[in-house]
Design a binder for this molecule. Sequence first.
Ligand code: HEC
Length: 127
Amino acid sequence: MTTIRICTALLFLMSAASAAANRQTVLTHYLTAAQETPSAERGRSLWNRSGIRGRNCTQCHGRDLRRPGRHRRTHKPIAPMAPSGNPKRLTDPKKVEKWFRRNCKWTWGRECTAQEKADILQWLNTL
Ligand code: HEC
Protein backbone atom coordinates (compact mmCIF):
# COMPACT_ATOMS: atom_id res chain seq x y z
CA MET A 1 0.00 0.00 0.00
CA THR A 2 2.71 2.45 1.05
CA THR A 3 4.79 1.47 -1.98
CA ILE A 4 1.88 2.24 -4.28
CA ARG A 5 1.41 5.60 -2.62
CA ILE A 6 5.09 6.45 -2.93
CA CYS A 7 5.11 5.40 -6.60
CA THR A 8 2.06 7.53 -7.33
CA ALA A 9 3.66 10.51 -5.60
CA LEU A 10 6.89 9.99 -7.55
CA LEU A 11 5.06 9.72 -10.86
CA PHE A 12 3.19 12.90 -10.09
CA LEU A 13 6.40 14.76 -9.23
CA MET A 14 8.15 13.45 -12.34
CA SER A 15 5.35 14.54 -14.65
CA ALA A 16 5.14 17.97 -12.99
CA ALA A 17 8.91 18.36 -13.44
CA SER A 18 8.79 17.33 -17.09
CA ALA A 19 5.86 19.70 -17.79
CA ALA A 20 7.91 22.55 -16.29
CA ALA A 21 10.91 21.51 -18.43
CA ASN A 22 8.71 21.49 -21.55
CA ARG A 23 7.41 24.98 -20.75
CA GLN A 24 11.00 26.16 -20.45
CA THR A 25 11.85 24.59 -23.84
CA VAL A 26 8.91 26.37 -25.48
CA LEU A 27 10.00 29.69 -23.98
CA THR A 28 13.65 29.17 -25.01
CA HIS A 29 12.53 28.62 -28.60
CA TYR A 30 11.15 32.19 -28.74
CA LEU A 31 14.04 33.62 -26.76
CA THR A 32 16.54 32.70 -29.44
CA ALA A 33 14.72 35.10 -31.78
CA ALA A 34 13.89 37.78 -29.16
CA GLN A 35 16.06 40.88 -28.68
CA GLU A 36 15.77 41.31 -24.93
CA THR A 37 15.47 39.12 -21.84
CA PRO A 38 11.80 38.23 -21.34
CA SER A 39 9.79 40.39 -18.97
CA ALA A 40 6.77 39.04 -17.10
CA GLU A 41 5.68 42.65 -16.45
CA ARG A 42 5.64 43.44 -20.20
CA GLY A 43 3.85 40.12 -20.81
CA ARG A 44 1.10 41.02 -18.38
CA SER A 45 0.51 44.42 -19.95
CA LEU A 46 0.51 42.92 -23.48
CA TRP A 47 -2.12 40.44 -22.36
CA ASN A 48 -4.36 43.26 -21.14
CA ARG A 49 -3.64 45.62 -24.02
CA SER A 50 -6.52 46.52 -26.24
CA GLY A 51 -6.27 45.36 -29.84
CA ILE A 52 -8.35 45.95 -32.96
CA ARG A 53 -12.00 46.81 -32.38
CA GLY A 54 -11.47 46.79 -28.62
CA ARG A 55 -10.49 43.11 -28.58
CA ASN A 56 -8.08 41.66 -26.04
CA CYS A 57 -6.77 38.35 -24.73
CA THR A 58 -9.00 38.35 -21.65
CA GLN A 59 -12.16 38.29 -23.76
CA CYS A 60 -11.86 34.52 -24.25
CA HIS A 61 -9.40 33.52 -21.55
CA GLY A 62 -11.07 35.49 -18.78
CA ARG A 63 -9.64 37.84 -16.16
CA ASP A 64 -8.62 35.17 -13.65
CA LEU A 65 -6.38 32.79 -15.61
CA ARG A 66 -6.58 30.12 -12.93
CA ARG A 67 -10.22 29.69 -13.86
CA PRO A 68 -11.71 28.50 -17.16
CA GLY A 69 -12.41 31.06 -19.86
CA ARG A 70 -15.21 31.20 -22.39
CA HIS A 71 -14.90 31.77 -26.13
CA ARG A 72 -16.26 35.19 -26.98
CA ARG A 73 -18.04 34.04 -30.13
CA THR A 74 -18.83 30.33 -29.70
CA HIS A 75 -19.28 30.53 -25.88
CA LYS A 76 -17.39 27.22 -25.54
CA PRO A 77 -15.46 26.88 -22.28
CA ILE A 78 -11.66 27.20 -22.49
CA ALA A 79 -9.50 25.41 -19.90
CA PRO A 80 -7.56 27.68 -17.49
CA MET A 81 -4.46 29.32 -19.00
CA ALA A 82 -2.43 29.28 -15.77
CA PRO A 83 -0.13 26.21 -15.60
CA SER A 84 -0.97 25.97 -11.87
CA GLY A 85 -4.61 25.35 -12.80
CA ASN A 86 -3.84 23.26 -15.89
CA PRO A 87 -0.46 21.44 -15.91
CA LYS A 88 -0.62 20.65 -19.66
CA ARG A 89 -0.61 24.36 -20.52
CA LEU A 90 2.19 25.78 -22.67
CA THR A 91 4.07 22.46 -22.88
CA ASP A 92 3.47 21.64 -26.57
CA PRO A 93 5.45 23.91 -28.96
CA LYS A 94 3.16 23.24 -31.94
CA LYS A 95 0.03 24.03 -30.00
CA VAL A 96 1.52 27.20 -28.51
CA GLU A 97 2.64 28.46 -31.92
CA LYS A 98 -0.65 27.60 -33.63
CA TRP A 99 -2.72 29.50 -31.06
CA PHE A 100 -0.36 32.46 -30.79
CA ARG A 101 -0.66 32.87 -34.56
CA ARG A 102 -4.47 32.66 -34.58
CA ASN A 103 -5.15 34.67 -31.45
CA CYS A 104 -2.64 37.46 -32.10
CA LYS A 105 -4.12 37.96 -35.58
CA TRP A 106 -7.67 37.94 -34.26
CA THR A 107 -6.96 40.19 -31.28
CA TRP A 108 -4.27 42.55 -32.56
CA GLY A 109 -4.72 42.22 -36.32
CA ARG A 110 -1.14 40.95 -36.76
CA GLU A 111 1.15 38.17 -35.62
CA CYS A 112 2.93 38.61 -32.29
CA THR A 113 6.71 39.08 -32.43
CA ALA A 114 9.04 36.52 -30.83
CA GLN A 115 9.73 39.07 -28.09
CA GLU A 116 6.02 39.49 -27.33
CA LYS A 117 5.50 35.72 -27.22
CA ALA A 118 8.50 35.29 -24.91
CA ASP A 119 7.22 38.07 -22.60
CA ILE A 120 3.71 36.59 -22.49
CA LEU A 121 5.02 33.07 -21.80
CA GLN A 122 7.38 34.39 -19.11
CA TRP A 123 4.38 35.93 -17.38
CA LEU A 124 1.97 33.00 -17.88
CA ASN A 125 4.59 30.60 -16.50
CA THR A 126 4.48 32.44 -13.17
CA LEU A 127 0.73 31.89 -12.78
C1 HEC B 1 -11.58 34.57 -29.70
C2 HEC B 1 -11.13 33.86 -28.49
C3 HEC B 1 -9.69 33.98 -28.06
C4 HEC B 1 -8.97 35.15 -27.86
C5 HEC B 1 -9.43 36.59 -27.98
C6 HEC B 1 -7.65 34.73 -27.44
N1 HEC B 1 -7.57 33.36 -27.39
FE1 HEC B 1 -5.93 32.26 -26.90
N2 HEC B 1 -6.99 30.54 -27.20
C7 HEC B 1 -8.31 30.46 -27.59
C8 HEC B 1 -8.69 29.07 -27.77
C9 HEC B 1 -10.08 28.55 -28.21
C10 HEC B 1 -7.54 28.30 -27.48
C11 HEC B 1 -7.38 26.78 -27.56
C12 HEC B 1 -8.15 26.03 -26.53
C13 HEC B 1 -7.33 25.70 -25.36
O1 HEC B 1 -6.10 25.66 -25.44
O2 HEC B 1 -7.92 25.46 -24.29
C14 HEC B 1 -6.49 29.25 -27.12
C15 HEC B 1 -5.20 28.90 -26.77
C16 HEC B 1 -4.16 29.78 -26.58
C17 HEC B 1 -2.79 29.39 -26.36
C18 HEC B 1 -2.25 27.97 -26.32
C19 HEC B 1 -2.09 27.50 -24.91
C20 HEC B 1 -1.43 26.15 -24.79
O3 HEC B 1 -1.82 25.37 -23.96
O4 HEC B 1 -0.51 25.86 -25.52
C21 HEC B 1 -2.06 30.55 -26.24
C22 HEC B 1 -0.56 30.68 -26.01
C23 HEC B 1 -2.99 31.65 -26.37
N3 HEC B 1 -4.25 31.16 -26.56
C24 HEC B 1 -2.62 32.98 -26.29
C25 HEC B 1 -3.50 34.05 -26.51
C26 HEC B 1 -3.07 35.44 -26.56
C27 HEC B 1 -1.64 35.94 -26.37
C28 HEC B 1 -4.19 36.18 -26.80
C29 HEC B 1 -4.28 37.67 -27.02
C30 HEC B 1 -3.39 38.25 -28.01
C31 HEC B 1 -5.30 35.24 -26.92
N4 HEC B 1 -4.84 33.96 -26.73
C32 HEC B 1 -6.61 35.62 -27.19
C33 HEC B 1 -9.16 31.52 -27.78
C34 HEC B 1 -8.82 32.87 -27.73
